[in-house]
Structures are given as C-alpha cells and as structure tokens.
Design a protein. Structure first.
Length: 952
C-alpha cells in the first residue's frame, strides 16, 4: 500500500488518466488507510519490528522490507508532509495541470516510502537514485530556475553521491557477500576494506543530505523550487538520507573506529554553526529557511557518537529521531508559509516584506510557531529532541558538543528574530491590500496544521517518557509573596490596558497590549505554581518571549533595539537553564522541587541554573537588559516587567538553590550589595522617570540577591526579609511605573497643579516604602536585612547607605514628575478608579509585606527605632537641597551626559560598520565553496579527515 499506491498514481499522472484533484483524493485515502495500517498492524501486538520478504525470498537471496518504530515515525511524517503539501500544490494554477510534475511528485513519495522500509544495501541504492532523480525533476519544473542551473547542480552532486555510495556497497559485497543490513551487522569485521567502504558510503550520503562542506547544491535547489516541493525536499528527502546514514552507523558500522564517529560529530558541529550563521545573513526568506535546514541537519551527524551501545534504544537516538520528525513537520510548514507570502507579494525579499505581518498575519503566525519549534521552545517537539540529545552528550561527557548544540539554538533564535522583526516593522508604502481571512486561511491551513503537529509531537513525547517524573502545581506558603501581588496586579493591568478605553488612552496602551498581557499572565501563573523544574523552565521560556513582545510594543526604534537586547539576554538565560535542567535530570529522574532538594544537585547544575536565574532577575553583572528594556515599554508593560516578571528569578533561587549552593552565599551577598549601591547611583543620574525607575529596580534586585545569599549561608532572618522585599517591591514598583505613565500620558491631569499633587501623593506611599521610612513595610525589610547581616557577622552600613541613595532616587523621581511636560491629548484623562487604584497599590505595598518580613510591629515602638530609620532619609533630604543649589554642577553633569551620548553614538556606528564588514566576509566565504573545483577540494578534505580518523 505504501509503495503501490504512489506508483500507480505516478503512472496515472504521466499518462493523464486522472485529473490532479482525483489523484490527490486517492493519495489522501491511501494515507488514511496507511495510517490505520501503521496503527493497527505489526507494531501493535508488542513486536518491535514487522518484516516482509519481497517475492517470498528471504535474505541473502531475497530483499527484506522491515517496519520498526523509527521507520514508522518517518513514514508518518513523510505521509503528512506529502498529503498536506499536495493540497497546496493542487491550489497553484501553474502546477495543477502539469502532469509531468505530478508524476514526479508521486514517484518521489513512492521512493521515499520504499527507502524507509528497505534493509538491503543495493535496494537502498536503487531507492536513493529514484528519490534523487524525482527530486531533481521537481526542481527542474520550477519557473524560478529557467536556465536549470539549480537542478543541474543538484543532479551532478546527487550522481557523485550515488557513485560513492555504490563504490562502498561493492566493497562490502566483495568482502562479505551480504547486502542485508542485519546479516551484514553479524558478519562485518573491522578492517581496512570495511573502513574504506564505510568512508565511501558516508561521503555519498553526506552529499545526498547536503552536509557542510558538501552542501553547495542545497540552498539554490530548495529556494528556487515551488514551495510544496521545497517543503518535501527539506523535510523528507534530507531526512531520508540521514536515516540511511543512521541505519548504517547504528547497525553494521557500529563496531568500526570510534574516531570516525567523532570526526562525523565534528562535521555536524561545523554544519550546525555554519548553517545558522549563513541563515542569519540571507536576504531572501526561502534562502533563510534552506540554510536553516543545513544547520538543523548538523544534529544528525552527532548521533553516531552519542548513541553508544544502546543504539536505537538510547536517549540519544530517541532525541535525534524525534528532532528529525518534528524538524520535517516544522520546516514543511515554514516553506509553505513562505510560498504563500511570495505568492502574495511576488517575491520573498526580506526588505520587501517589512511590516507584512499586519497584512498576512496567518502566514507569519505559521512562521513564528514553526520557528519556535526549531529553536526548541518547550513543549514543542524540537525542544524534546534537543533536550534528549543534550542529555546524551552530557552522559558521555562531551561538553564541547553540548556547547555547540546550545550555540545552534541561539543561532536559530537569531535568524528567527531577524525575520520576525522585519515582518513586525512599520509597514511600507507599497503593499498589496490585506488578504481576506477566508482566502488566507485556505492558503496557510496546511502549513498551520504541520507546525501544530510539530508542537503536538513534543507533548506526546513528554507524556510517553517513562524515565521522567513531573509534579502537580503547588501553592506553598513561601510562594504567597509572589502569588498575592500577581493576583492583585493582573486584573488591574488587564482592565486598564484596553487601547480604546479612557484608562488605556491615559496610560499610553498600544493596540494588542491586552492580548499580550493576558498571555503573559497565564505564563506567569504557570511559573509561580510550577511543582517541578520542567514546568518552571517552560513558564520562564514563555515569559521571556512575552517580555520581548511587551518591550517591542513600545513602538519606537529604541524600543525595537531594546527588545532585541532583552531577547538576547533571555535566550542566554534559557540556554543556561536548559543546561541546568538536563544536569538535574541526570541526577534525579523526578524533577519535582522536593525530590531535587532531597537528591542534591551537582555543582555544575547549580551554576547553570544560578546563571539563568540571575539573568532573569536582572542581578548585577547580567543586568544590562533591564535599564534598556523597562523604560521604553508601555507603562503598564513596564509595571508588569519590573513588578512581577523579574521576581521569577528570585523564586527559582529560593526553590532550587539550597544547601548545595551555600558556598556561593558570600559571593551573592557581596555582588548584591554592590549592585544595590551601583543601581541607585546610576538612577540618580537619569533624566527621565522610567529610566530612573528601571535603575531603581536594579538596586532593589541587588538587595534581594544579597538576602538570597544570606539565606544560603543559613541566616534565619534572611528569608522573611526576602519575602517581604519581594511583595513590597512588586506592588510599589508597579504603582510607580503606572503613575509615571499617567503623568506622561494624561494632558489635563498633568496641567492641573491640584490633580498633579493628588497623583504625586498616590505615588508617595510606594516611594516611601522603597526608601524604608517608618511605619511602612520597607522599614521591616531593612531591619530584617540588618539582622541577617549581623547573624552572618557582616557590617550593616551598606543597608543604611542604600536606604539613603534610594531616598535620593525617590526624591529625584518626584522632582522629574513635577517638571514633566505633558505629551498626550487633553482628552486622555484617567478614570477615577484608575487613579484610586494607585492609592490602593501604595497602601498594600506599605502594609502587606509586614506579614512576611519577620519583624514584629512592636519594633516601631522600640527606643530609637524611628530615629534610626529616619536618619538616611533626612540625610538624603539635606543632600537633595544642597544639590538643588549647585547650578554649575548641574550644567557640568549635563555637558558630561551630552558628551557620553555622542561617544555612545560613535561606538554604535563603528560597531555597525564592523558588523557589515563581517557579514560581507562570511557571505563571500560561502560563495567560494560554490564552484565545482572548490566542491572537489571540500570533498577531498572531508574524505581525508574521515580517512585519517578511520586509520586510528
């Protein structure tokens, strides 16, 4: 059925016996029957393999077809790709009546199915040839390759690969008189002939799969073919060649020299990095996706060295197989979406697609969903495959290979960000009218289904993982300082964010903010209630993406640059957390926080998790994204980012960094106190309310870092003070950012002195709380921190100095807000309930954290408590009056600030020029590999590398 139906359709299409629509209907019916056969056939009765001997002859005389789990998964993926891409091909007017194209189309399907079932070396050669010739013919039918340059190059490279493969088969047959893979695995002995045959076959398959540096034919062929053909070439044809390579190196070649496998892994690492870099440099959308295929294929060459003795049963093989299947589905969806965009615009140049996401949202949604699966965002299939492969690399202690895998993830994210940022940019002047939703849905629904299946595959894999234990959501007492502010803030922010409402206009909320905030709220609550490390990692990953969107909605060019920096830092955090997650999984099959605490995490896992959490929290040293991103986001988004999202890193630290991280406590205390003073000092130098508040968050996160370090050192007073600081800062900073937004956006309110004073009064409570003035909760936090420092035999004067600097920062904030010029329309007046909510938030920030801070209210009645608490604020007030009178100093500081901005612009210009030069050099470097003489040199060098490895 899997081969007979496509072959019959090939003949019918070539002879013109059936119209294309009827051919597709028969193919879809065959797919349905084939799926039922796979589900209810030989693999359901508990057997691991179902066999068929062609003509009834058993090997070595006959040819065996065998269906096992890897083949079944690849057959299902190929069938889905073929069926959905056929619907798109049928809808294209140029392809509907081309009977030669349809005959090649069905022949490619038949050869792919036969290839995946074959277990005979010569039969594999025949099916490889049929597959390659059909693929070349499909590229040749494209109108975008009028001189057939891409198809001819593909043909010549494919023939060279076939000759090398056939040479290896001849050597093996001459030596062992067997072609069946199972029999060959039992008879093959390590020796010069076997290694030479393995070298020839591997080189041939690497050419077929377009592995770097033998990749010269792929970018042009995949980018110039029609979109459905590109989807099949990238998702299925390359995967089939890689599957044959795996069959050999996890079967007959498994006992050959280990250095050859290591050399293949090195070539895979080069492909992973080089393909990702080149994808980042391309100027056409389909070329970006084609180069991404080269990059993702690099993971495949790592499997022979990661599989070990477990072969297909090991976690490395499971990860590579799952990655190959989900890559095929995601990449097929990307090519179909790119084809829809190209059909709509008449080209796929990225510069010409700027802003097109507003005109073709469904096509770009497919690009985003499929691209995120390739990046490995949980719980997609791409994440599961990469996670399992990463664990396999760490189990055999190949740390360098693990680092390359994580680098590949960053490169994939980089090209996806570049493409999506262009699509989301402001619209150009010459755009086609928006596509009707019904027509757009018909164009991209097959692609949307493909990328959706790539995500569903990840959920299926996680649900079926027997060596992984998760936990139910948790609502523990120690999480209440994170949960209660979230439950208070999210309803308020969501109601106030409507761009068409008076509250939305007054707070400067752009369109789309409400939907994004709703998604962020869901991800935030998932993270706060996570019972295990995997769900916590999933939540933080989605919060990173949501935060990027919140910053991007700022709308200005500065907001887009800040969003890029924010995303880059969040991706570094995710990579670090993924490494820590994998190391933790090695230590304990259960990822529940309680089980991890009992098992005790190794130092590398704690270091990786700590770095990721520090970036998330904006801790000193990895805080660069925070003062850039928070000021340019819409005010409500800034309130969420600073009030809620950066606290996630602290929650992770409390849950994960236990006794095993006690040695890092002193480092955290020193870094935290330094960060508190540095952030407050930088805040004083700011000239805008939101940048000042952003640096104030850096300062407060420094105090939180120090408290976390004291907690790790065993101080009893540290954790209550940390919980109080988390709650106080969340509510206070949200109120301050929202109030600053109202000052900047509400015209009549800002022009009325009485209303301005009323709003400043609402902001005074959270400001006094952060400054630590009595009787508000900031005093309890300061007292608790001083007690914790005393318990650790450390001086408490940095807390006093931090309180003085924070008081100065809050005084400067009030001064800047009072002098602020209104920028909005006069009708942008906030409703009464929104202004009243600021008073409510301030009151809650001032009073609620007393519950957790660990300092009794009776402390306020202690002798000298008020004088001690007021001293830093009074000192700050005196310094503020002195600074107000220092007019020459102000002018000097303004001149220094202007000079610094000029130097920053010059450095930015120089960096852009250097980046432009490097982009040109890297693109030229790959262009040098395109001519046939260069291809020959690359082939010779690759053969030399593998050959020398085989001699060892």
């Amino acid at each position: 059925m899997l081969v007979a139906v496509p072959l019959m359709l090939t003949i019918a299409a070539f002879l013109g016996l059936l119209p294309a629509s009827r051919q597709v209907a028969i193919a879809l019916a065959g797919l349905a029957l084939g799926g039922l056969g796979l589900a209810g056939g030989g693999l359901v009765d508990g057997a691991t393999e179902a066999s068929l001997w062609l003509g009834g002859w058993t090997p070595p005389v006959g040819i065996a077809w065998r269906l096992d789990t890897p083949a079944a998964l690849l057959l299902a993926m190929v069938g889905l790709l073929m069926g959905l891409a056929s619907l798109v091909l049928l809808a294209e007017p140029d392809s509907r009546d081309d009977r030669y194209l349809w005959s090649l189309w069905w022949l490619l399907w038949a050869s792919l199915n036969a290839l995946l079932l074959s277990r005979d070396l010569f039969n594999l050669y025949v099916t490889l040839e049929l597959m390659s010739l059909a693929a070349v013919g499909l590229v040749n039918r494209s109108r975008e390759d009028p001189f057939h340059v891409a198809s001819l190059r593909y043909l010549m490279a494919s023939l060279l690969g076939s000759l090398l493969y056939l040479l290896g088969v001849a050597l093996l047959y001459g030596q062992f008189r067997r072609l069946d893979l199972m029999q060959l695995a039992t008879l093959l002995e390590d020796g010069p002939a076997a290694r030479l045959a393995a070298l020839a076959i591997t080189l041939g398959l690497m050419i077929k799969a377009a592995m770097v540096p033998l990749h010269g034919w792929l970018p042009a062929a995949h980018s110039r073919a029609p979109a459905p053909v590109s989807a099949l070439l990238s998702g299925a044809v390359v995967a089939a060649a890689l599957m044959v390579l795996w069959r050999l190196w996890l079967g007959p070649f498994a006992e050959l020299g280990s250095l050859m496998r290591q050399a293949m892994a090195a070539l895979g690492a080069v492909a992973l990095v080089w393909g990702g870099v080149q994808a980042l440099l391309q100027s056409r959308l389909k070329l970006v996706i084609a180069w991404s295929t080269l990059s993702q294929s690099g993971y495949a060459l790592m499997l022979p060295v990661l599989a070990g003795s477990d072969a297909w049963q090991g976690i490395g093989a499971r990860g590579a197989l799952w990655l190959l299947v989900t890559h095929g589905l995601a990449k097929g969806g990307l090519f179909l979406a790119a084809g829809a965009l190209k059909h709509r615009h008449g080209h796929d140049r990225l510069t010409g697609l700027a802003g097109s996401a507003r005109r073709q949202p469904l096509a770009w949604a497919v690009m985003a969903i499929g691209g995120l699966s390739l990046v490995g965002i949980p719980p997609s299939g791409g994440f599961v495959g990469k996670w399992w492969l990463l664990r396999a690399a760490l189990e055999v202690e190949l740390w360098l290979l693990a680092g390359v895998m994580l680098t590949g993830t960053l490169l994939t994210a980089a090209w996806l960000w570049r493409v999506l940022s262009i699509a989301l940019a402001p619209e150009g002047d010459r755009f086609p009218p928006p596509t009707a939703w019904s027509k757009s849905w018909r164009e991209v629904s097959p692609a949307l289904l493909m990328v959706g299946l790539a995500w569903l595959a990840g959920l299926v894999a996680l649900a079926g993982a027997s060596d992984l234990t998760l936990a139910v959501p948790r609502l523990e007492t120690e999480r209440l300082p994170w949960l209660l502010p979230a439950l208070l803030l999210w309803p308020l922010v969501l109601v106030a964010s409507g761009s068409a409402t008076p509250a939305g206009r007054a707070s400067g909320s752009p369109p789309g903010l409400t939907a994004l905030l709703l998604f962020t709220a869901a991800a935030h609550l998932v993270t706060l209630t996570a019972g295990d490390l995997l769900v916590f990692y999933l939540g933080t990953a989605w919060l990173g993406l949501a935060g990027w969107g919140l910053v991007w909605l700022g709308g200005s060019s500065g907001a887009r640059r800040a969003a890029a920096g924010y995303l880059a830092m969040m991706l570094l955090a995710e990579v670090s957390l993924l490494l820590g997650l994998t190391l933790a999984w090695q230590e304990s099959p259960s990822l529940a926080f309680a089980d991890l605490a009992r098992a005790g995490l190794p130092a590398p896992a704690l270091a990786a998790l700590g770095l990721g959490l520090a970036i998330k929290a904006g801790a000193i040293g990895v805080h660069a994204w925070l003062p850039l991103a928070h000021p340019v986001a819409p005010p409500l988004a800034s309130a969420v980012l600073s009030g809620l999202l950066i606290k996630v890193g602290l929650l992770g630290g409390v849950l994960l960094l236990g006794d095993g991280a006690a040695g890092a406590g002193k480092l955290l205390v020193a870094a935290g106190l330094a960060g508190a003073l540095y952030g407050a000092g930088r805040g004083l130098a700011q000239t805008g309310p939101k940048p000042l508040l952003a640096w104030s968050s850096v300062s407060q996160m420094g105090l939180a870092t120090a408290l976390l370090g004291l907690h790790l050192q065993g101080s009893p007073a540290a954790l209550p003070a940390l919980l109080g600081l988390v709650a106080a800062h969340a509510l206070a900073k949200a109120a301050l950012f929202m109030g600053s937004g109202l000052f900047m956006g509400a015209g009549l309110l800002a022009r009325s002195a009485s209303r301005r004073g009323l709003l400043l009064g609402a902001l005074a409570l959270p400001a006094l709380t952060l400054a630590g003035l009595p009787p508000w909760s900031g005093l309890a936090v300061k007292a608790g921190m001083e007690a914790a420092l005393n318990e650790a035999s450390l001086a408490a004067w940095p807390v006093t100095l931090s309180g003085m600097l924070t008081s100065l920062v809050m005084l400067r904030l009030g001064w800047l807000l009072w002098r602020l010029e209104p920028v909005a329309e006069d009708n942008a007046i906030p409703p009464t309930w929104l202004a009243a909510s600021l008073w409510g938030l301030g009151a809650l920030a001032a009073l609620l954290p007393w519950v957790w801070a660990g300092v009794p209210l009776a402390y306020l009645a202690a002798p000298g408590a008020w004088a001690k608490a007021l001293a830093p604020a009074l000192g700050a007030l005196a310094i503020a009056f002195l600074l107000l009178a220092a007019g020459p100093l102000h002018r000097r500081l303004a001149a220094l600030g202007w000079r610094q901005r000029v130097r920053q612009r010059a450095r930015r210009l120089m960096a852009r020029q250097a980046a432009r030069r490097w982009r040109w050099r890297l693109r030229r470097a790959d262009a040098w590999l395109m001519p046939w003489p260069a291809f020959g040199v690359c082939l010779g060098l690759t053969a030399l590398l593998l050959g020398l490895a085989g001699l060892a």
